[in-house]
Structure formats: C-alpha cells, structure tokens
Ligand binder design. Structure first.
Ligand code: V0V
Length: 206
C-alpha cells in the first residue's frame, strides 16, 4: 500500500452488513460477530435514526473519528500485540521526522472508509513530543491523542479558531501518508490533545 493511500475517503455507502469471515488469515480464530456500519447516507434514509440522533451542525466539516493515537515505548512490540493478540491489521507504517515519531496505523480486517484506526506512536528520539509525554506519564505508554477527520482542514481550522480554540500550528503540517494535520491545544479541549486531519485527495484503503 502506498503511504499516500492508507487513509479512507468519505463513503457514500449507506448501511453495510458484513458477514462473518473465517477465511481471512489475520482474523481466523477470532469470534467475529456480523458488523453494522452506519454512514451519514444511512442516517438520512432511516427516520428512526434521524429522529434519535439528528444531523450534526457541521457535518460538512467533520467526517468521523479518524484515529486514536497511543504513545508506545516500542513500535514493533506494540504492533505485535495489536496484530497477533488482538487480531488488528497493520495498514501502514512510516517515520515522520518532523513530528519525531515512528508510527503505525492499524485497522479492522474490513476497514470501511469511516472506520476509525489505531495509531501507534513511538518516539524517534529523546526530544520527541512522544518521549516527553511518556516521561510525564511515569514512563508508561497510553492514549496521547484523538483525531477527527475533516473534509477541509483550512475551513475546520478557521471554525475552531473562531470558537476560541488555540491551534498549535499557523498552517497545517504533513501527517501520516501525506495528509495535512493540525492540533488543538489540550488546554482548550477539556484536556485532550485533539488532532484534525484532512486525508490526501482520493486516499483509500487497499
Ligand atoms: C501535554 N498535555 C497534554 C498532552 N500533552 N494533555 C493531554 N494530552 C496530551 N497529549 C498537557 C500537560 O499535561 C500539561 O498540562 C500541558 O499540556 C503542557 O504539557 P507539557 O508536557 O509541557 O507539553 P508541551 O507544552 O511541551 O507540549 C504539549 C503539546 C505537544 C500538546 C504542545 O505535545 C505537541 O506539540 N503535540 C502535537 C504534536 C504531536 O503530538 N505529535 C506526535 C504525533 P498541565 O500540567 O499544565 O495542566 S504525530 C501524528 O499524530 C501524526 C504524524 C499524524 O497523526 O499524522
């Protein structure tokens, strides 16, 4: 899979019912219940869901939870735990020098376009933000960030700024697979490091 293509594009699929898949070697042996995937199109066509949930005020900007980022001490060990013991699938791996991380993205075996991913982040060096986070966390790994996928990062940044949320960068930087990323400061988000990401145009999972 090319680095630029790991992130899923917004889906137009409505309701998808996925059957059990005993043939996938990565998931064989795990107890897989059929999964239901609801996308905005399904919600528009399902009166009960619409009544219950209502539309987001900003669904033209925010698409879904892209990933949850875990700070880890050792990337290979964390990948092994997630793939061998939990049965997740390794979608992508890269080094981002600017962000000071060695990272991996993991997904479910089907990995629908709006399925969230797990991002494993290991420090590239001692000055990495991940190294600092781990040190502040008593030398242990943990959840370092949550990332929302956006359709237009410039528009999303403008909306957050106008709501008084401080962003870390003047302009978005390059994130996983060539995506554009920005972060909101945890002090303005209730203590959570919130990343927003605009995937590369047409990016999708293999
Ligand atoms: C720090 N704080 C956090 C936090 N990091 N709170 C929640 N979640 C975190 N991850 C709190 C900390 O408890 C302190 O609160 C305060 O912020 C200042 O902490 P600090 O240790 O002095 O840290 P700073 O200010 O040096 O750095 C914090 C920031 C830094 C958020 C500015 O981590 C940063 O630049 N992060 C964005 C870049 C990043 O995380 N890159 C790695 C992922 P008190 O004690 O004052 O209350 S790269 C990535 O995600 C990629 C490539 C991708 O997705 O594509």
């Amino acid at each position: 899979m090319s680095p630029a293509s790991y992130r899923a594009a917004p889906s137009r699929v409505g309701l998808t019912i996925l059957p059990r898949r005993a043939t996938n070697p990565q998931t064989r042996g795990l107890a897989h219940a059929p999964q239901l995937a609801f996308t905005p199109l399904a919600m528009r066509h399902c009166p009960r869901m619409r009544t219950k949930l209502g539309p987001m005020d900003n669904s033209d900007i925010f698409i879904c939870i892209d990933h949850v980022g875990y700070a880890v001490l050792n990337l290979d060990d964390a990948i092994e735990f997630h793939t061998k013991k939990l049965g997740w699938r390794l979608l992508h791996r890269e080094t981002n020098e600017e962000q000071g991380v060695e990272e991996a993205m993991l997904g479910t075996s089907e990995q629908l376009p709006q399925s969230a991913q797990v991002q494993l982040l290991a420090p590239l060096n001692d000055s990495s933000t991940i190294a600092k986070w781990i040190a502040n966390n008593g030398g242990k790994g943990g959840i370092q960030q949550v990332c929302y996928r956006v359709a237009d990062i410039d528009k999303a940044s403008e909306q957050l700024r106008s709501a008084g949320v401080r962003l870390l960068y003047t302009e978005p930087k390059i994130g996983t697979g060539g995506s554009r990323i920005q972060f909101a400061h945890p002090k303005d988000t209730g203590g959570i490091l919130l990343e927003i990401v605009e995937p590369v145009a047409g990016g999708h999972h293999a």
